[in-house]
Design a protein around this ligand. Structure first.
Ligand SMILES: CCCCCCCC(=O)SCCNC(=O)CCNC(=O)[C@H](O)C(C)(C)COP(=O)(O)OP(=O)(O)OC[C@H]1O[C@@H](n2cnc3c(N)ncnc32)[C@H](O)[C@@H]1OP(=O)(O)O
Length: 165
């Protein structure tokens, strides 16, 4: 816990080595009721990310029929949610708690429902508290959507649970 707090304090301005332990800890502290990666069984997307040795995060997700837009195609808003969430977790893995400030999605190919996708994300760079990230959604080996985003790190005093300062 102490090392996680130290990581959060550092992370506002410094990119640290990404770890699965850091990602999980920040998810449980700050995201336990998230529509995308929390709330299993209550209408959330129930995403489960993992962090690899390069600090990238990934999840495999089955696109359910109730998330379609046009017939047989995954809703573009859901695609944006998947990509946004993946980038949040890439930041979590580096000890960074941040809010989406800008999200640009390129919808390259329709994503079929009732099929699986893999969503990956990584951090790119940062200028002070503004972090640049990218994410990709792949189905059957084909990149169907890509995203770039800017995230603003939450000041560490605001990010930490009350009583820790
Ligand atoms: C009301 C209830 C319904 C709610 C529906 C909500 C809306 C949705 O969720 S729809 C589902 C989400 N969206 C999708 O699945 C779309 C996935 N993408 C696609 O199908 C295709 O990429 C599509 C249709 C956007 C474009 O395909 P296509 O027509 O083949 O274009 P493509 O060959 O890639 O590009 C044609 C030109 O447009 C340009 N272009 C394509 N995308 C962009 C872009 N984002 N910005 C600028 N230019 C672009 C290309 O550069 C190209 O230019 P040029 O001819 O000069 O080289």
């Amino acid at each position: 816990m102490t090392s996680i707090i130290r990581d959060i304090r550092m992370a506002t301005h410094i990119t640290i080595a990404a770890t699965e332990q850091t990602r999980k800890s920040l998810q449980s502290q700050f995201h336990s009721h998230c529509h995308a990666c929390g709330m299993p069984g209550s209408g959330g997307l129930d995403l489960h990310f993992v962090t690899d040795s390069d600090g990238n995060v990934a999840t495999d997700w089955f696109c359910p029929g109730n998330c379609q837009s046009y017939e047989g195609i995954l809703h573009g808003g859901v695609i944006a949610t998947l990509l946004d969430s993946a980038m949040v977790h890439a930041l979590f893995a580096r000890g960074i708690v941040a809010h989406t400030a800008e999200l640009r999605v390129r919808y390259r190919r329709p994503v079929r429902i009732e099929n699986s996708v893999r969503v990956t994300a990584c951090t790119q760079s940062h200028t002070g508290p503004l972090h640049l990230t990218s994410a990709t959604l792949i189905q059957d080996g084909v990149p169907c959507a890509t995203a770039r985003a800017k995230f603003m790190a939450v000041p560490s005093s605001a990010a930490l649970p009350e009583g820790l300062f």
